[in-house]
Write a protein that binds this ligand. Structure first.
Ligand SMILES: Nc1ncnc2c1ncn2[C@@H]1O[C@H](COP(=O)(O)OP(=O)(O)OP(=O)(O)O)[C@@H](O)[C@H]1O
Length: 813
């Protein structure tokens, strides 16, 4: 059955070594009751543990059913203990948090026997040791003798070949001892029993063979045996514990320390709780921002300008040129950069061709609220003010076209976005609208320009400005031919004269309007708005005018007689205009009825005679250009804007590079900024809260280590029953898993509960509803993070547990 050949086991204790078993050769019969006796320290327990596979021998050989164990790997020893050996200890070694039945079943569980068979076999054995009625009790509810019977039943569960009993009656009174001994005698009918005992009497009474040890050597053997039979078909059935069983085992263990586990889980949940609250808030705020954008930014148009400089290019103006340069250097040296030389490359010339305009016309109408076209032509609008006639100065504000291709469209738009405070909506193009801001204000500079008198302490009645008159003067009347040149009006007398021209179109203020409360249109200065049709008519007239027809022919400026600036001019030349002048920023936000910076006053008209002007620019200014220089597309909804963007991008995909048109999306720019900021704040806060996750992780590690210390005995028993090292770490990983999952769930629960008062407070402060919202994806991720982090925290203690020496573990070390 079992055979030791010159087996030696040496303990290394500090400097000196102890040969606990010294060159022992013994063979055992398949069924006999062997008592091992000897003085204390003679090596009895060591012999038992070597035979039981709990200790490895150093020299010699051990055969199991004639098979050498020298080639046994760790897991083979585990399987050997599980399949072939049953242990009975002096102090019973039952797992306290499992029922009697589960204790008996454990060995079967480890060898993968199914639940039903397990249950049947365990109850049979409990019946055999007379404890069937107690099988659902916990070990602590039994007497010593009863506990030892449970241990015997457990030792028999896997039907092993060998039962190893180390002083099985050492803790029992004599009467109970006798009962246990008769039970063992009965078992020895068909099994090998090796029993360590201090009592020679007991050995003589029950054992069929007595082996006496002294200093690790056999000094007496009453019934020696020579192994003869050859039995070589010994097969090991590998053991293992499924994660589910580990979970059940640890779950039952945790049930014995509910309070502590709960406190641990609560403490560990703080990190998850913090991150969950931050994510809930940032998720909610992002939703709020998205909603806000949907509602408000829908009114921002998509803009197309004939000439534009990309935002990125503008931003690069103050930055280092080329390679990385140090900011605020110490060196007393001057460095060069070539921003202005490079600006030409940064400038985008959008080819607004007829084809492109037609393409814009084909945008499905349901996507669009209005399209606003602005032309470079400048209207000559005059008005009377303090008995003087003056031109309305568009550079300081006052005149803007209404968005919309035709009257229908522009009035739909303006009516949906503005309230009419006084007067009527214009009946035709001669009607102007006076725009005030949310406080009913108009800037004084604008009032000066559009000729409305005011004094600081006096409010102007809306009725006083209604019907105020203006004159639109056509080019033929505005510019007078003098010889080869033309003259722009300069004196008060000139203005008074042209103000009375019969051809002039009479304009008047038809109504006063203000942006609706929910329109999100911000009026900056206030001023006048006129219909698109008015400008189209003016342009049509201008194209037939003398000055335009003559200017087309002439190569010099008809006001000054001087040559024009060339189109191919070197941009680095001295009269280069800074990009801010190329594209007045006011035009970027056309809804702010402010100051589209086109030039109409005498002084500024004079500026148009500057040498920097090209012929083309001057002609456009006069009105010889029917293509818009600026287009604003107002989407009907936030979603339809994306449709429009897709539609416009399709044009660029098909077009050659020079025909591509860059569309500016101010709203997207704002969105990117705000979204990015929100994400940055979230990341910072989550990183902060994650510190507590790390703290939790360390805490879990410590708690699991404490659990390892407490469950040391259990580790020993499980190992004796055949559990692999892997199964032991699995048991503790299961424990961390339970703690991690519960702390994650608790953290989420607390975070969810906290969102209720948070939302209440935010609502009281801002009237924003349900800002803090936990996203299901975040919940899932946080639970996973909680479990993974605690598992990481538990790895080291679980490894310590797995590496524990089973013999030491059994003695509680
Ligand atoms: N883990 C160990 N490390 C070092 N020495 C050990 C260890 N375990 C046992 N020994 C030594 O090995 C020898 C045999 O010990 P063992 O426990 O086998 O004796 P025993 O006969 O079972 O004693 P007892 O009857 O007191 O239980 C003793 O000298 C003991 O001190």
């Amino acid at each position: 059955m079992i055979e030791l050949k010159n087996t030696t086991k040496t303990y290394q204790a500090g400097d000196y070594t102890v040969k606990a078993i010294d060159d022992v050769s013994l063979a055992f019969r398949p069924n006999e009751f062997v008592a091992v006796v000897g003085e204390s320290g003679s090596g009895k327990t060591t012999l038992l543990n070597v035979i039981g596979g709990l200790l490895s021998y150093d020299e010699g050989e051990m055969l199991v059913r004639d098979r050498s164990t020298q080639s046994f790997k760790k897991t083979d020893w585990d399987a050997y203990r599980n399949n072939s050996v049953g242990f009975i200890f002096q102090n019973y070694q039952l797992i306290p948090h499992l029922s009697v039945l589960s204790n008996v079943e454990m060995g079967l569980t480890l060898s993968g026997v199914d639940k039903k068979t397990r249950h049947q076999r365990a109850s049979e054995l409990l019946d055999r040791v007379g404890l069937k009625a107690h099988m659902n009790k916990k070990p602590s509810q039994l007497s010593g003798g009863q506990m030892q019977r449970v241990a015997i039943a457990r030792a028999l569960a896997n039907d092993p070949d060998i039962i190893l009993a180390d002083e099985p009656t050492g803790a029992l009174d004599s009467e109970t001892s006798e009962e246990i001994m008769s039970l063992l005698t009965e078992i020895s009918q068909d099994k090998l029993i090796l029993m360590v005992t201090h009592s020679r009497d007991q050995a003589k009474r029950y054992a069929s063979r007595i082996i006496e040890l002294k200093d690790g050597q056999v000094i007496e053997d009453t019934h020696p045996y020579q192994a003869s039979s050859r039995d070589t078909d010994y097969q090991l059935n590998k053991t293992g514990m499924s994660f589910w069983n580990a979970l059940k085992l640890s779950g039952q263990n945790i049930m014995t320390k509910k309070g502590r586990t709960l406190i641990t889980a609560v403490a560990a949940s703080i990190g998850i709780f913090g991150v969950a609250v931050i994510l809930a808030l940032s998720n909610g705020l992002n939703n709020q921002i998205a909603n806000f954008e949907r509602e408000s930014l829908a009114s921002y148009p998509l803009e197309i300008q004939s000439e534009t400089v990309s935002v990125e290019a503008m931003m690069s103006m103050g930055e280092a040129s080329g390679e990385e340069r140090e900011k605020y250097p110490q060196e007393q040296t001057l460095l060069t950069k070539t921003f202005i030389e490079d600006i030409e490359d940064m400038q985008i010339n959008n080819a607004i061709t007829d084809d492109y305009l037609n393409y814009l016309e084909d945008i499905p109408r349901e996507y669009i609220q209005a399209i606003n076209y602005d032309y470079p032509a400048s209207l000559n609008v005059l008005t009377e003010f303090d008995d003087e006639v003056r031109a309305v100065d568009r550079s300081t504000g006052g005149l803007e076209t209404l968005p919309g291709k035709d009257e229908n469209e522009e009035f739909n738009f303006v009516k949906s976005k503005y309230d009419l405070l006084e007067g009527d909506w214009p009946a035709d193009e001669s009607g102007l609208l006076l725009v005030v801001d949310a406080y009913n204000q108009i800037d004084t500079t604008v009032l000066d320009s559009i000729g409305i008198s005011y004094s600081d302490d006096q409010e102007i009645d809306f009725n006083a400005v209604l019907d105020k008159e203006y004159q639109l003067v056509y080019q033929d009347d505005f510019y007078t031919k003098e010889g080869d040149l033309y003259r722009a009006p300069q004196s008060q007398a000139d203005y008074e004269e042209i103000y009375e021209e019969a051809n002039n179109l009479d304009l008047s203020i038809a109504g006063v309007i203000r942006p609706k409360e929910d329109s999100n249109i911000e009026v900056r200065l206030g001023g006048l708005m006129y219909s698109n049709q008015l400008k189209m008519d003016f342009i049509a007239e201008a194209q037939e005018s003398d000055i335009v027809e003559d200017q087309r022919e002439a190569d010099y400026h008809l006001l000054t007689g001087q040559a024009f600036a060339s189109d191919e001019e070197d941009p680095a030349a001295e009269d280069f205009q800074a990009p801010t002048q190329m594209e007045p920023p006011a035009e970027a936000i056309p809804s702010a009825s402010g100051a589209p910076a086109e030039i109409t006053t005498p002084t500024e008209a004079y500026a148009m005679t500057q040498a920097s002007m090209t012929k083309e620019e001057w002609l456009s200014y006069l009105g010889d250009e029917s293509k818009p220089s600026y287009i604003a597309i107002y989407p009907s909804t936030f979603d339809s804007k994306n449709e429009i963007v897709t539609y416009l991008e399709a044009w660029n995909e098909d077009a050659a590079e020079e025909d591509q048109v860059i569309v500016t999306d101010m709203a997207a720019l704002i969105t990117d900024l705000s979204g990015g900021l929100m994400n940055a704040i979230t990341i910072a806060l989550v990183a902060f809260a994650s510190i507590s996750l790390v703290v939790s992780m360390i805490m879990i590690g410590i708690i699991i280590y404490v659990s390892v210390l407490e469950r040391t005995g259990e580790i020993g028993i499980l190992r004796a029953l055949g559990a692999r090292e892997k199964d032991i770490s699995r048991v503790f990983n299961a424990e961390t898993f339970i703690i991690g999952l519960s702390s994650g769930l608790l953290g989420i629960l607390f975070a969810y509960l906290l969102t209720i008062p948070i939302n209440y407070i935010i609502y009281q402060l801002t009237e924003l509803e349900n800002v803090a919202q936990l996203h299901p994806a975040h919940v899932g991720a946080l639970l996973a993070i909680s479990v993974v982090l605690t598992l990481i925290g538990g790895i080291i203690p679980a490894r310590i547990a797995a590496k524990k020496d089973p013999v030491l573990a059994l003695s509680g070390q």
